[in-house]
Design a protein around this ligand. Structure first.
Ligand code: ADP
Ligand code: MG
Length: 316
């Protein structure tokens, strides 16, 4: 166990990137990090368990990518700039091949966002990956869930439902479309969009458990309701091939999208479109914030859509 742990940690340390603000990275009892003056530290952690958060057939590199991506997505939803991460790996055995593959995906995404891996833990147990990310946001400028106001537009970045469609195909024993499966295995954290929206959007959340469920978190925190037009939900070319009756549940209630759902005042429409264009991120207006407390989805005739199926709930 000891030998295995040290060998694996050495492999990780040899490949982990650095940053000027990492005073001391992997190798001591704790990392020493130098946050910039005037910034608040944003911190988030997410665990991925085999068979729960990713299919057991997932390639090691895809597990690595996704483990970091879901965490970066949380920082994006706060409008923060990611800087450092830690990695706790629980592995059934001393599988160096798995660790090498895992790092291929994990570090590719870390490099893309200049995130340094500064520490972690390596233990034996069922396959499980826990990542924590740290980032900076200017004092008071973070995007929170509790700032939505009646009359705000509701927006979403990118497109919704691809990952849920891929999972549905796998559940039915079919081979899922490559583009859809790629969105399940390699989600894109919307870091640039989140940072561009800080100080402009009223409220923001990343869509991990399904649009309506996650928008519900904004509404509860803000004391408002929302009305969503299902026909306005953005679909990728691969998903647009499905009929609305199939597609809408995936787009509105599926999970694993890792898009940003945010609200912003009507007057800010042009500004939102402009900063997101600069961030090279597509976004769609999908509804508005209402008085009250319910999240209502309406179909293309304006009829309320039965939304009894909520988002993905653990332990449900
Ligand atoms: P300790 O027993 O003092 O906790 P460890 O042997 O667990 O030390 O870890 C040694 C060093 O390797 C520490 O700097 C730790 O942060 C780092 N480390 C261990 N596992 C990982 C991992 N999976 N990813 C990144 N760094 C790791
Ligand atoms: Mg330890």
């Amino acid at each position: 166990m000891q030998a295995m742990e040290f060998d694996l940690i050495a492999r990780i340390r040899d490949r982990a990137g650095g940053r000027a603000d990492v005073v001391l990275g992997i190798g001591d009892d704790a990392a020493l990090l130098q946050p910039p003056p005037g910034a608040q530290l944003a911190l988030s952690m997410d665990t991925l368990n085999a068979g729960v958060h990713f299919p057991t057939s997932t390639a090691p590199a895809d597990i690595g990518w996704k483990a970091l991506a879901v965490n970066l997505s949380d920082l994006a939803a706060m409008g923060a700039e990611p800087a450092w991460c830690t990695l706790s790996l629980s592995l059934p055995g001393a599988d160096a091949g798995f660790v090498d593959g895992f790092l291929d995906g994990f570090l590719a995404l870390a490099q893309e966002h200049s995130v340094a891996l500064v520490g972690g833990d390596t233990t034996r147990g069922p396959l499980s990956v826990c990542v924590a990310v740290h980032g900076f946001v200017a004092t008071g400028a973070a995007l929170r869930r509790d700032g939505a106001r009646e009359g705000d537009d509701v927006w979403v970045t990118g497109h919704l439902g691809d990952a849920a469609a891929a999972l549905a195909a796998m559940g039915a024993g079919a081979v899922s479309d490559r583009a859809l499966r790629a969105r399940l295995d390699r989600p894109t954290p919307r870091i640039a969009a989140g940072r561009a929206l800080a100080g402009l959007a009223h409220a923001c959340i990343d869509v991990s458990d399904g649009l309506l469920a996650d928008l519900g978190h904004i509404c509860r925190a803000s004391g408002v309701g929302a009305r969503i037009e299902l026909a306005a939900l953005p679909a990728s070319p691969a998903l647009a091939r499905f009929a609305a009756a199939l597609r809408w549940p995936w787009q509105a209630c599926g999970g694993d999208d890792y898009e940003l759902c945010f609200t912003a005042p009507r007057e800010a429409r042009d500004a939102v479109a402009q900063v997101l264009a600069q961030a090279a991120t597509a976004a769609s207006r999908i509804g508005r914030i209402t008085a009250g407390q319910d999240v209502v989805a309406v179909d293309d005739r304006g009829e309320p859509w039965p939304t009894s199926r909520g988002g993905y709930a653990h332990f449900a």
